[in-house]
Design a protein around this ligand. Structure first.
Ligand code: SF4
Length: 166
């Protein structure tokens, strides 16, 4: 962020990248643990949204300090390598880098390799799922919108209903 600060206008109140995402269980339960004592549950329990993130209120993220990894990458230049790692493409929010033209050379060292990040998260989740004895559900993801009910109903990672919700 500090390297690209002149090109990135992301700020509180912009929610262009917020969406109803799903999370690997390892991240879902890490966030659940972190927001457990801070979230005002009545605000969220009965929210029914077909799109958009349940934690977005008045264009502000209510769990900003504990938000998912994918949310932390938005706005920054994201790097995608080709299969043989010979080429890459860069993607970024069209509100940012507006003074740069199409020939602007992004420095890969200051871009986020999203595939690598996702692969590390996948490995971490795999270990987590093995450790809790749910290795058959390794590819399951959980809707972020289920966090408030998991907190209020004290549903933990062993609940099978969570993994068949998608
Ligand atoms: S968790 Fe926060 S930053 Fe992520 S999509 Fe929801 S409102 Fe946006």
């Amino acid at each position: 962020m500090s390297f690209h600060k002149e090109d990135i206008i992301c700020k509180k109140g912009c929610s262009k990248c917020c969406a109803a995402i799903t999370l690997f269980p390892v991240e879902f339960f890490a966030i659940k643990q972190e927001i457990h004592n801070t979230l005002s549950l009545p605000d969220f329990n009965n929210t029914k949204q077909s799109h958009g993130c349940i934690f977005l209120k008045d264009s502000i993220c209510k769990i900003y300090e504990s938000r998912p990894i994918i949310c932390r990458t938005q706005g920054l230049p994201l790097l995608y390598f080709s299969d043989k790692l010979e080429n890459y493409t860069i993607s970024f929010c069209d509100k940012n880098f507006t003074s740069r033209d199409e020939n602007f050379e992004f420095d890969t060292e200051y871009s986020i390799d999203l595939d690598r990040l996702n692969s590390l998260l996948y490995k971490l989740n795999k270990e987590f799922m093995k450790e809790i004895g749910l290795e058959n559900n390794i590819d399951k993801r959980i809707k972020i919108s289920l966090l408030p009910s998991c907190i209020s109903e004290n549903i933990d990672y062993k609940s099978p209903s969570l993994y068949f919700n998608e």
